[in-house]
Design a protein around this ligand. Structure first.
Ligand code: COA
Ligand code: AMP
Length: 630
């Protein structure tokens, strides 16, 4: 089968194409409605099928003879711990954890927030919620209390599942005080909070509301899988948009299971029984799709890694794990590879490990820059496949389909549209741009299975954010071009979303935090290019008249404020005080021009600028602080 035949099939007969893929899964009742379209052209998949995602990912494998195969390996260099679960063991503990949640009153459709570090219980919690037909919302452990509070108020969970702590390289992060503060800040109060006590920290429990995980689990009985419809929600995952408030991307059970199962062979070329490792965190979409659901739906063994690519203990960490477990497909973010390259430029540590089982290295989360791709290809001798996707899609939009027809790798390109995705490059009036010209990357509706159709609790937000700008298309928020061979080059966001170490953040949200500082009159946050993390945020601030604060004092206060409000992962460091910002006559801040100046890119000063003299003024300030060189 060639890639082109497969993609053509998915375009000409989407229902037929995806019906066939759906047959690979163990449904309680196979769907009759494969695809239904609404007036906007949005596609709804497998709406009347009956199923349970946790059943497909666990019980099915036990039933069909995979019970003794390893389902999950936990490898934690930060605690010096390793453990393993077979499919039978994982099914059993998930069924009992579901029983624990059922005892707390969780039923189909209830929301459960999971705020946990990278331990097996985080995966178990997700699958247990799915088993009950409830909806999980995992919040990345690096987010601070106010971010957690926003998600609590939006998702309105009945229960929060957490752990006593997470472990970073240089510190232990106590989660429970963060959860307590978030619950205090939130208007919605969850009924219960269950705490997995880790040996490093014992968290104090609030009477009546809080419970000890181990104690509850010991009393719980296993429960079966609650059947849900294909269109019922599996999870909400919050992601940054252009405004301060994150969007709750809603994932439906049916399309999600079908797309992920298909992707495991088509994109990653792994078979049931293979070892698959996505080195990410369950708090991100990559973790949802390729630490938890994809590998388990396909009958692979997944790895939960609690560590970093460097420092735990060294830049050989990725290769050590691959060799120790015989990983066939490794997937992580370019930042991780850049960190390894910086620490071990000659890849000497890589040579200590037998990587013969590793067939392909996958990268996503941000653009894989050609020098890093070249370094990795040269030293590993493996194909390095960049693929482009988003929280909203849940799986890759463009990829080099290793299980269908591996194609030539072009540095800087994430290759071609994945079957089901109709990728087009448009200008802002919705017209196609000539081949090779940059424009908005848009996906013609309907989108394939797994992609979002709703923002939790806000139908207007979904339509406003993704559908209104280019009617008939989903607007990805990314810009790029397609070359003469049909290869897609994703060049970066065209909105105010920035990407820090593969983590998606909103400059608008950071600006909101800076603006609350009592000395700040106005501010603008832009993305500064960073050799290791891809981008880092940088703040321009105009102070209120009469402020005596020094730049260094202000900077430290803003760093603390942003860490406490959003989280340390923001990596906010640099603040520049200006006497005025560059603005248009209508008062819009020229963030793009500022970013281009800081990043040494060619910039144009728009004719709508209020006062062109502000630009040399700003350049002078940046030069004096060595942010620009000439
Ligand atoms: N809980 C609490 N804090 C967290 C956290 C978590 N789960 N994850 C990160 N943080 C903190 C870190 O401790 C750090 O705090 P510090 O400023 O006090 O040191 C800060 O957030 C920034 O973290 P990080 O971006 O991880 O930086 P780092 O310097 O610790 O590590 C890399 C650098 C390159 C090793 C790391 O960024 C990395 O592994 N990147 C790959 C990202 C990735 O896998 N993304 C997946 C998306 S597909
Ligand atoms: P997230 O929703 O957190 O997965 O972030 C999605 C965003 O990350 C996309 O909109 C892109 O801007 C960026 N991104 C992810 N993968 C790639 C890639 N392979 N190439 C370029 N950008 C990417």
């Amino acid at each position: 089968m060639s890639y082109q035949t497969e993609h053509d099939h998915s375009m000409k007969d989407p229902a037929g194409f995806w019906r066939k893929q759906a047959e690979a899964l163990d449904w309680f009742k196979f769907p009759e409605q494969i695809l239904s379209l609404d007036d906007d052209g949005l596609g709804y998949w497998f709406a009347d099928g009956e199923m349970n995602t946790a059943y497909m990912a666990l019980d099915h494998h036990v039933k069909t003879g995979r019970g003794n195969q390893l389902a999950l390996i936990y490898d934690s260099p930060v605690t010096d711990t390793k453990s393993r679960y077979t499919y039978a063991e994982l099914t059993d503990v998930v069924a009992r954890t579901a029983g624990m949640l059922a005892n707390l009153g969780v039923v189909k459709g209830d929301r459960v927030i999971i705020y946990m570090p990278m331990i097996p219980e985080a995966v178990i919690a997700m699958l247990a919620v799915a088993r009950l037909g409830a909806i999980h919302s995992v919040v990345f452990g690096g987010f601070a209390s106010p971010e957690l509070a926003i998600r609590i108020d939006d998702a309105k969970p009945k229960v929060i599942l957490t752990a006593s702590c997470g472990i970073e390289v240089k510190r232990v992060v106590e989660y429970k005080p963060l959860v307590d503060r978030a619950i205090d800040l939130a208007v919605h109060k969850p009924q219960s909070c269950v705490v997995y006590q880790r040996p490093q920290v014992t968290a104090p429990l609030v009477e009546k509301r809080d419970h000890d995980w181990a104690e509850l689990l010991a009393k719980a009985k296993p429960v079966g899988c609650t059947p849900v419809k294909g269109s019922d929600p599996l999870y909400i995952l919050y992601t940054s948009g252009t405004t301060g408030k994150p969007k709750g991307v809603l994932r439906e059970n049916g399309g999600h299971a079908v797309a992920l199962k298909y992707s495991m062979k088509a994109i990653y070329n792994v078979e049931p029984g293979d070892m698959y490792w996505a080195s990410s965190d369950v708090g991100w979409v990559v973790g949802h799709s390729y630490i938890v659901y994809g590998p388990l739906l396909h009958g692979c063994t997944t790895i939960v890694y609690e560590g970093k690519p460097i420092m735990t203990p060294d830049a050989g960490a990725l290769w050590r794990v691959c060799a120790e477990y015989g990983v066939k497909a490794l997937f992580t973010a370019p930042t991780a590879f850049r960190a390894v390259k910086k620490e071990d430029p000659q890849a000497l540590l890589m040579k200590n490990y037998d990587l013969s089982k590793l067939k392909v290295i996958y990268s996503a989360g941000e653009r894989l820059d050609p020098p890093t791709e070249a370094w990795l290809t040269e030293h590993s001798g493996k194909p390095v496949v960049d693929h482009w996707w988003q929280t909203e899609t849940g799986w890759a939009i463009t990829a080099n389909m290793q299980g269908i027809e591996p194609m030539t790798i072009k540095p800087g390109s994430s290759t071609v549209p994945v079957p089901g995705f109709n990728v087009q490059i448009l200008d802002d009036s919705g017209q196609h741009v000539p081949q090779g010209t940059q424009g908005y990357i848009a996906l013609k509706l309907p989108l394939p299975p797994a992609c979002l159709n709703h923002v939790w609790g806000d139908e207007n937000k979904f339509r406003e954010s993704y559908l209104i700008f280019l009617p008939g298309y989903y607007t990805s928020g990314d810009g790029g071009y397609i070359d003469e061979d049909g290869y897609v080059f994703v060049m970066g966001r065209v909105d105010d979303v920035i990407n820090v170490a593969g983590h998606r953040l909103s400059t608008g949200e950071i600006e909101e935090v800076i603006a609350t500082h009592p000395s700040v009159a106005e501010c603008a946050v832009i993305a500064r290019d960073d050799e290791l993390k891809g981008q880092v945020p940088m703040g321009f601030v105009v102070l209120k008249t009469g402020t005596t604060l020094s730049e260094a004092e202000l900077q430290q206060q803003l760093v603390n404020r942003i860490r406490d409000t959003i989280g340390a992962i923001t990596c906010y460091k640099d603040t520049v005080i200006l006497t005025r910002l560059a603005k248009t006559r209508s008062g819009k801040t020229l963030r793009k021009t500022l970013a281009h100046i800081v990043n040494g890119k060619q910039y144009t000063v728009p004719s709508t600028i209020d006062d062109p003299a502000v630009i040399p003024e700003i350049i002078e300030v940046l030069r004096s602080k060595k942010f620009v060189s000439n």
